[in-house]
Design a protein around this ligand. Sequence first.
Ligand SMILES: [Zn+2]
Length: 120
Amino acid sequence: MITSKYFTENEFRMASPQCSLQNMSQEFMDKLGRTREIAKIPFIINSAYRTEAHEKKMGRSGNSAHTEGCAADIKALDGRSKYLIVDAAIKAGFNRIGINANFIHLDNSKKLEPCVVFTY
Ligand SMILES: [Zn+2]
């Protein structure tokens, strides 16, 4: 049973595509919770767990950290939110961060290259 202090099952049902807190890794959820705690702003989950089939359907490689259940895209429309999320994520120990115009991607994949910030 995957649990989270800050995120409810409903927030994963509202994500795109719809998923479940139970698809996520506990280690990732603990780190995301710690990030939320440090940032002190609401975290809206745009996307979290995605199947390999979904990724391929979207024309992607299918080896995203989202398919491992250890990634989330947190809505961040303005520069201040982006800063607070990135700052908190680094303090919480995330070392894989993606910066999009509309969200911050955080993951702790053990298969993908550590210590990277990427853009879209
Ligand atoms: Zn992402």
